[in-house]
Write a protein that binds this ligand. Sequence first.
Ligand SMILES: [Zn+2]
Length: 80
Amino acid sequence: MPRLYAFNGLAGCVEQRRSRETGRLVGLYHAEQAHLDATPGPWATICEAHGHIVNHRTLALARAHLANPRGWCETCAQDA
Ligand SMILES: [Zn+2]
């Protein structure tokens, strides 16, 4: 059985936290369990404020992106 992720009661959610960089909520998800497109990568980071989603090949890579949404959410990037 694969591990089921449901952080904060959200399907596929591995973790959610407020970014220290932007003060906005960001989430890390198991793409398939969260019913997201897993073709580009099995893990996804989501800017919960803007709905921007980026897929990653590994959980470690996804975690590395979670800390700074300015690097992958277009709206956060412009919101300096
Ligand atoms: Zn954002």
